[in-house]
Design a protein around this ligand. Structure first.
Ligand code: ZN
Ligand code: ZN
Length: 547
């Protein structure tokens, strides 16, 4: 260690939002830091914000372009908001990837799909990893997926406890329980900073146990007589196991419906989980069975239009049809922002006569994130010098920081993406802001948010498009009638625009104004006419062809 060494923290995603987690830790003097990246996730675009963009990733050009040394990407767990951007962003970093076996298996699948042959280095559950000045222990914790890890990151300037996503579940059904002893031991050793999940910092009490959901789900399924479909996050393998268990208990055959269900079940089996899961049936075979002998496990709990459940609700799934007497259980929560598609899905199922059962009226789901009592427990275990809330919107992070202060944590930061904090030596301090932002996966092309494509698409989706072509002769006189093409414009508005364009052309005096001025005059006239007739200004493009 040299005197100018510093330990810094830089979030490039996931601070001020739930999704797109990307946290970097740097060590060394400012001019040649060595970095590790903890998690590299995506977030999902909302159609109303970014039409045509499903996937959004962090802008990591600071680490990718400025000759920064990135020693590795370490994944805490396999949720999309933590691993989804590894494959698309790996070519920018080209560094080794580390994860526990189940997570590694899913990352590898994504790399292969992206056409990359990059091995993922497996760290055993409860294992250890050394990357330059960083010595990392993987400590088992509980969440809503297999193999979530708290990372104890030891550096010459102090220990960071990076929780990843977690809860305290004494009975997680599958996988390891929270290794409370190891976390407490870390606290005894002395924790400089606790970088911690803020998702449920506003929720009082405790998140609840997966084992209780298992019982309740089974009881509920036992009361149902027709076909039953349960939808849950495919990645929640313990929940899938519970549903398999309920199927067996009540004499139903289990059929998986949806690509990600098959993918996750295969990954879990390959890495030694789901050993007690029932033999599954092809959905086509299941359709032949009596209604009360079938249990479908389907994707699409968030109302995703292409997922299995939406297709079933629209009556166009090739292998599954539900109707009167059947039931769908939503063993999941409503992710904020997805209310409309989910309620739309409930309505479509209700229209088919299907009974819709949700977490609103039945105990069929628990959160995977810590409520306030669990957060307080984590602070009592680790007793950090600095609280660093991440994985939350600002309101969650600010409340999390207040909670930490109330628990006698001396310092609490509320970081934003792109803010570079020095954690040691000396008191924690914001020392720089680096370029950050969002990259849209737009079809097959990566586009920076700042390029404004989403804004242009929103404008066109709101008020359509008018394209006008003008033809001038060699003396600059109007040589033909204007050609006007429109998309998404009502006929009376189009007529008003045509009249206004014709009027501008009639007034055109080539001695007084050139083609560029005419173009602008026509553009303004067309927009004004649309505004007067319609109250909206379409995107308007004018092309001048000079003979
Ligand atoms: Zn997460
Ligand atoms: Zn997670």
């Amino acid at each position: 260690m040299v005197k100018s060494d510093e330990l810094v923290f830089l979030p490039l995603g996931g601070s001020g939002e739930i999704g797109m987690n990307f946290n970097a830790y740097g060590f060394g003097p400012a001019h040649r830091r060595q970095w590790i990246v903890v998690d590299c996730g995506i977030t999902f675009g909302r159609e109303s914000d970014v039409p045509g963009v499903d996937i959004i990733m962090p802008d990591i050009r600071f680490l990718a372009e400025q000759n920064q040394t990135v020693l590795g990407i370490v994944a805490t767990h396999a949720h999309e908001d933590h691993i989804g951007a590894i494959a698309p962003l790996w070519p920018l970093l080209k560094c080794p990837i580390y994860a526990t076996p189940f997570t590694a298996r899913l990352i590898e699948g994504k790399l292969v799909e992206a056409g990359l042959s990059v091995p993922v280095n497996q760290v055993p559950v409860g294992g250890h990893l050394k990357l330059g000045p960083f010595a990392i222990d993987f400590i088992s914790i509980t969440h809503s997926i297999l193999e979530p890890n708290l990372l104890a990151i030891r550096t010459p300037l102090g220990v960071i406890a990076h929780t990843g996503d977690w809860k305290i579940d004494p009975e997680p059904v599958l996988g390891e329980a929270t290794d409370a002893a190891a976390i407490q031991k870390l606290g005894d050793e002395g924790v400089l900073a606790l970088v911690c999940d803020s998702t449920n910092a506003l929720v009082p009490g405790h998140s609840g146990s997966e084992a209780k959901v298992r019982e309740s789900l089974s009881d509920l399924i036992g009361t149902l007589k027709g076909r039953v479909a349960v939808t849950a996050f495919a990645s929640n393998v313990a929940r899938l196991d519970s549903i398999g268990h309920a199927a067996r208990t009540h004499g139903r055959k289990l059929a998986l419906v949806g690509r990600s269900m098959h993918k996750i079940v295969a990954a879990a089996r390959d890495t030694g989980y789901l050993t007690d899961f029932p033999q599954t049936l092809d959905a086509r075979e299941a359709a032949e069975l009596p209604a009360r002998r079938v249990l479908y496990l389907a994707t699409g709990s968030q109302g995703e239009p292409r997922a299995a459940l939406s297709r079933i609700a629209e009556g166009n799934h090739p292998d599954v049809s539900l109707g009167k007497g059947d039931a769908v259980i939503f063993s999941s929560r409503v992710i904020p922002g997805n209310e409309l598609p989910i309620f739309d899905l409930h309505n479509k199922l209700s229209a088919l006569g299907v009974e819709v059962l949700t977490a609103e009226d039945h105990f069929v789901h628990v959160s995977g994130h810590p409520a306030r009592e669990e957060l307080a427990q984590m602070y009592r275990w680790t007793r950090p010098q600095i609280a660093v809330p991440v994985h939350g919107e600002l309101r969650h992070m600010a409340e999390h920081a207040r909670l930490a202060k109330s628990l006698q944590v001396p310092e609490a930061l509320v970081p934003a993406n792109g803010q570079l904090y020095r954690l040691a030596p000396g008191p924690a301090e914001l020392i720089d802001e680096v370029p950050s932002g969002r990259i849209h996966m737009d079809g097959r092309v990566m586009v920076a948010e700042g390029e404004g494509l989403a804004k242009a698409r929103r404008a066109m989706s709101y008020a359509g498009l008018i394209a006008v072509t003008l033809v001038l002769d060699e003396k600059g006189r109007v040589a033909a009638e204007a050609a006007i093409l429109t998309e998404g414009i009502p006929q009376p508005v189009e007529n008003a625009v045509r009249t206004a364009v014709d009027e501008s052309l009639r007034r055109h005096n080539p001695k007084k104004s050139g083609s560029e001025e005419l173009r602008e005059t026509v553009r303004r006239a067309a927009r004004r006419a649309a505004q007067d007739a319609w109250g909206k200004k379409p995107v308007t493009r004018v092309t001048v062809v000079e003979l």
